[in-house]
Design a protein. Structure first.
Length: 488
């Protein structure tokens, strides 16, 4: 039996332009500037800067019908060479250049330092040792096996095998071990080429001037490393028959060491990322004032040259197929330029109204900087206020920064879930985390508070949350468990 079913399916698809707009909204200031430069290069009909009396609508209103008429006209070849207007490099060089210098200004370049890499520095240090060719080759191979944190993660057996297979050097483990201990591990920074954390710390201590505290620290690391890592201080005091003060000095010596000696090398540091605030909030006469970073509001206009070219084709009596293709190309570029300008304006408006809503929602906090006054706020709260989709608000919040009188903040950090206090009021989880952090900071580090005790204290302060919730918030704050917070 044949059955016929009629199904209606409602679906919504975003146009390519809408997708591009969403991507523009998500970009922070620096990434947006890069995207803007890419568009200026790709589309010669889009120009940077202000131009007066540019009316794109004149082109837009009259051009469509004229293009349609081309299909009904007889196309004849003309003497006009379209290639003179539309070359491979569609925009002349001067369009991409600025003239901010006078004739007598000197052109200066900024010098930069070509740093020596971590591994190259280690290899350079090997030249200070008197070694045979074979010993030097083994030492260089060991240096090449050190990772960026400064550790040798491979076993001596593996190194011996690789020397034979890849370098043609046939040696034994005793020789490689000797070169590792007496050559490579003597390189700077101290602790380099260690095979584990324990060896790394010991190497650094043994490079220090001997004192009673350092001697005790070395003994602890060599013989009581497990007790040290678990902070069983009472056990260590009994084992070594020392006072708390003596043990504290030894522990201080260990805590001053670098667990990643390779990471301390200047040439191995990652470049510092500078945050550019997308918004600025100031307090003027007791009122909040919001501004959008001016770099998000560039002055753009549609190229007058391209509009005039389009007009000249429109006024031409005879139109060839080559000219028709050129007109279609120009119209496409002009359409793209106008859309991009409109998208930039829409991006500016979306960013401003969203941040303005967040600012007023958290007005109490922005007026005095007290984080306990941050109200519970979710994406839907702001989306309802400004009439935008939740995903749009999320794009604004996730990657943007705001400069406030209390420092530069990531906007998404102002969002939090709500919890009820003992009085039935909604409080932000940010407020609870701040109070939890304060309680831990004020605790007696000789007897740190376990999570269940922290939960009791928070309950006494009016925040009835479970022990597992305390543990979750503590982990989110990057605070270790009580045992690891213990001091002597």
């Amino acid at each position: 039996m044949l059955k016929q079913n009629l199904q209606l399916k409602l679906s919504q698809k975003l146009s390519p332009q809408q997708i591009q707009l969403m991507k523009l909204i998500q970009l922070p200031t620096q990434a947006f500037e890069q995207r803007l430069q890419e568009e200026l290069v790709e589309n010669p009909a889009l120009e940077n800067g202000k131009e007066e009396n540019v009316d794109y609508d004149d082109y837009n209103d009259s051009s469509d019908d004229d293009y349609d008429d081309y299909d009904n006209e007889r196309i004849e070849a003309e003497d006009l060479n379209i290639d003179e207007y539309l070359s491979n490099d569609e925009t002349p060089d001067y369009k991409y250049q600025t003239n901010n210098y006078s004739d007598d200004d000197e052109e200066r370049s900024m010098p930069f330092v070509a740093g020596v890499t971590f591994h190259q520095d280690l290899l350079n240090q090997l030249n200070t040792f008197i070694l045979t060719d074979e010993e030097k080759n083994i030492a260089e191979f060991l240096v090449g096996s050190i990772d960026d944190t400064g550790y040798l993660r491979r076993t001596i057996t593996d190194v011996v095998d690789d020397l034979a297979f890849t370098q043609g050097i046939y040696t034994d483990e005793a020789i490689v071990e000797h070169i590792l201990l007496h050559v490579v591990q003597e390189l700077e920074p101290a602790g380099v080429a260690a095979r584990d954390l324990q060896e790394c710390l010991l190497l650094q201590l043994k490079h220090k001037t001997p004192t009673d505290s350092i001697a005790l620290a070395i003994d602890i690391l060599e013989n009581q490393f497990d007790a040290f890592t678990k902070k069983h201080y009472e056990k260590l005091i009994q084992k070594y028959e020392v006072s708390k003060e003596q043990l504290r000095k030894a522990i201080d010596e260990i805590e001053k060491l670098n667990p990643k000696p390779g990471g301390a090398y200047d040439g191995n540091q990652k470049p510092i990322e500078h945050v550019v605030p997308d918004f600025t909030i100031r307090i003027v006469d007791g009122e909040l004032e919001l501004s959008l970073n001016g770099r998000n509001a560039p002055e753009l206009h549609v190229s007058r040259d391209y509009q005039e070219m389009l007009q000249s084709y429109k006024d031409s009596n005879e139109k060839s197929s080559t000219q028709k293709d050129a007109v279609q190309f120009i119209k496409q570029k002009l359409d793209s330029a106008k859309w991009f300008i409109d998208a930039i304006k829409q991006r500016q408006e979306t960013l401003f109204v969203t941040m303005n809503a967040i600012m007023h929602y958290q007005e109490e906090y922005f007026l005095d900087g007290d984080e306990t006054k941050l109200k519970p706020m979710i994406l839907k709260d702001i989306a309802d206020m400004v009439g935008l989709d939740i995903s749009t608000v999320s794009r604004v919040a996730n990657s943007k920064y705001v400069e406030t009188p209390y420092g530069t903040k990531l906007i998404k950090d102002f969002f939090s879930e709500a919890m009820k206090n003992t009085e039935g009021e909604d409080v932000s989880t940010i407020e609870i985390k701040r109070i939890l952090q304060n309680v831990i900071e004020e605790e007696d580090k000789r007897k740190p508070l376990p999570d269940d005790k922290l939960a009791e204290i928070l309950k006494e302060k009016g925040y009835p949350i479970a022990r597992r919730t305390v543990a979750k918030y503590r982990e989110q704050l990057d605070i270790p468990v009580a045992r690891l917070r213990k001091k002597i």
